[in-house]
Each structure stands twice: as C-alpha cells, then as structure tokens.
Design a protein. Structure first.
Length: 409
C-alpha cells in the first residue's frame, strides 16, 4: 500500500505525493478547481477552449509539447464540468521538466491571437466530430437541457454551440483564466519513482514563488427536483432507437453518493447486472442496456441507456425498464447482489490504479473533493443492502425522471 504525503505551499498550492519503486517513470498532474460549470450561459465551451490554449505556449516557453517530447515524456489534459486537469508522464530523471513547464503556465499562458485562432478551430472541429458527425452525438445536449433548468450542468463541457467558441475573444479567455486559475485553486499531484523530499524541493523551487491571486467565487444555483416526469425526442442517422432514462442523484458531497455509485453498478454494469440479466437476456426487446453516473460535485444524474431492437416500440421498452426499476425499489437487493457489485468495484479500482498516472489523477481528484484515498475503499466495503435500498428509493423516483428517445431518421 502506497503512502500518501501532503503539504501546502505558502501560496495555497496543495501538493500530494505517492512513491512507487516499481516504475522508472513519474506522473505529474495539476488539477484546477474550474470547469464548464463556471462558464456563463452565453459563452459556453470556454473552459475546454482554455484547456487547449494552455498548450499554446506560456510566458517563457513557446512550445509546451516540444519540451515534453525532448525530455522523453508525454502529456495531455481533460476538462469536466467541475475540474480541469493537465498531466505529464516522464522518466524520473527528467521530471523537473514537468515542474518547470507546469509552473510557467500557472503564471500565465502566452495568450496570442494566433494561438487563440488555431485552438478555436481545433475545438470547433472537435465539436463537429463528437456531436454533429457521430451517431447519438447530440444526445448529451438534449439530456442536459431537458434535465437541468437552472444549474450550469445544463450544458455539456464541449459547449452549447460551436458559435460560442467561435465568438470568444482574447479578452474573454484572459478574463476566464485570471478569474479561475490560481495556485490556491489547484492541486499538484506527483506519483512514481520520486521521493517526497525531492518532490518538495522541486515544488518549492518552481511553484512556491508564484503569487496567489483572487479568483471568482463559485456560487452555482441549486437545481430543483422536477415536479413531473420530463420527456424529449429526437432523431438522426443512428442504427437503432436509444432510450435514455435519467434520474437526479446526489453529488460528491452527499453521504448517499457512494451508495448511488454502487446502485448504478447493480443496475447496469456488466452482463451480471440486474437490468442486463432481466431485460437483455430474458427478453427480445433490447440489444444492450447499461447504467452509469455523472460523478459530479453537485447533484447530477444517474443514467440508464438502452438500445432497442428494430421491432420494439419505445413506450413498451420504457415501461419494461420502469417495471424492473420499480421491482428493485420495492423489493430491494440482498447481501449477495451487493457483495458482487463491491467485488467488481474493487477489481476495477485496483486495475485502474496499477499505473502511476491513474493513481496520480485519483489522488488529485480526491484532494480536490476533500476525500482520503485510503478511506474510500473502506467506505464502499462498509455499505449495507439498507444503504443501497435507501438510495434506490431516494433516486429512482419516476416523478423526477427525464426520458430522452433517439430514433433513426
């Protein structure tokens, strides 16, 4: 079991570390507590655009990728509704390159008009590929705009429309960066073949002198529960009808969050799940069915997605799913079902955290959300059937469900 070390620099940057002697590499990530939920409704997609701009050079370094490649490493990033993450993987003897690079762009990206124009084109093309030119690509937009009315989760990370990204100015992205990026709003996570002492020497050398700056307070509106079921329909060039049923669920801060997570696994993760076993195996109505959760900080959604066979009426399929969900709410689940789900969780988490990069990212996200990585598994193993059954009654209420039907054109 790896030991986790923590410290906070004088500018508020949190540093978290785990040593791993089984690798010659080191993974370093900087996660900023900012995402698409921090955007304004008229300028969506800018958090994701900012992620791209962070690779366009910083105040002292013209090409981020060039320096990483020279050091024998790789790098990437992602944006979520709540967070933006930048990460690098390098040989241990070259890891100072990552400290240097990440610290320089924490001071400020280069912010050139040329880089902005290039990255706007990249992001707009990504929008077209992911949403406009892919089967079911607009499903996420329709789910979110139907399920959410007030909270900024009502638009996806990619943005409401590519027109918002196209309209973003250099002043817009500068304002977003300096309003949301700062040392005290970030976590530096380091995992691999590097000692805690060396990590802190490099953190102090490269990050401690960066002054903190005030950032915009996060005050997101609470999303009220729907007072009646919501439905939406669309069609497109898709191979089969997809039925998406979405239930409001607690966010990361709720004590019911981990029960909701395991509930989604029990419902629809893998071929041994309740919905797959009783609706895919036992009927001829469905090609596939699965369940998942957003994993968001604020209350999000538990999703059930089902692809229907050609002869099946969507209303009939929706009734079959509703009946099965109601059976689980009414009858509950037993210890055997729960233990199977917990074992699958443990197996997946163990495999996910075998490499230094997944552990690096997991540590950083847990630090942002105020969780202890060592305690998470204990909390999952402490779940009881009563916990899951309470979460099912809380979440799987048909009055609050948003159903989106996506049919072939």
């Amino acid at each position: 079991m790896q030991t986790t070390n923590r410290a906070t620099l004088s500018n508020g940057l949190r540093v978290i570390h785990s040593f791993d002697s089984a690798t010659t590499m080191v993974a370093l990530s900087v996660i900023y507590d900012v995402g698409s939920a921090d955007e304004s409704p008229g300028l969506t997609g800018i958090a994701h655009l900012m992620e791209h701009l962070m690779f366009g050079g910083s105040v002292n370094i013209p090409s981020f990728d060039h320096e990483i490649e020279r050091a024998g490493g790789t790098d990437n990033a992602w944006t979520s509704p709540d967070l933006t993450c930048y990460y690098d993987i390098l040989p241990a003897h070259n890891i100072e390159t990552a400290f240097w690079l990440e610290s320089d762009r924490m001071i400020s990206p280069a912010f050139s008009q040329k880089t902005l124009d290039v990255q706007k084109g990249v992001v707009i093309e990504e929008f077209k590929q992911q949403c406009l030119n892919r089967p079911y690509g607009t499903l996420g937009h329709l789910i979110r705009e139907t399920a959410f009315r007030r909270h900024p989760y009502r638009w996806p990370v990619i943005g409401l429309t590519p027109d918002h990204v196209a309209a973003a100015t250099l002043d817009d992205v500068k304002e977003f960066y300096f309003s949301h990026y700062s040392p005290s709003r970030a976590v530096l996570s380091v995992c691999g073949n590097i000692s805690w002492e060396h990590t802190m020497r490099l953190a102090e050398k490269w990050f401690a002198t960066i002054p903190d700056r005030p950032t915009a307070p996060r005050a997101l509106p609470a999303e009220p529960l729907p007072d009646a079921p919501r439905k939406a329909m669309t069609s497109g060039n898709v191979p089969s009808t997809l039925l998406a049923i979405n239930y409001p669920m607690p966010g990361q801060d709720s004590p019911d969050y981990i029960a909701a997570d395991i509930l989604s696994d029990i419902l629809g993760t893998g071929t041994s799940s309740q919905l797959y076993d009783r609706l895919v195996r036992a009927t001829d109505m469905f090609h596939t069915i699965d369940a998942s959760i957003d994993g968001s900080r604020d209350p999000g959604l538990l999703h059930i997605n089902a692809k229907l066979r050609d002869h099946v009426d969507p209303e009939t399929a929706a009734t079959a799913i509703a009946d099965e969900v109601n059976r689980i709410v009414t009858c509950g689940i037993d210890e055997t079902v729960l233990r199977r789900a917990i074992n699958l969780f443990e197996s997946a988490r163990t495999l996910d955290n075998l490499g230094c990069l997944p552990r690096c990212l997991d540590m950083a996200q847990c630090e942002i959300y105020g969780r202890d990585t060592a305690e998470i598994k204990k909390r999952y193993f402490a779940l009881t059937p009563d916990d899951i059954n309470r979460a099912a009654r809380l979440i799987l209420d048909p009055k609050h469900a948003t159903t989106v039907t996506f049919t072939p054109a």
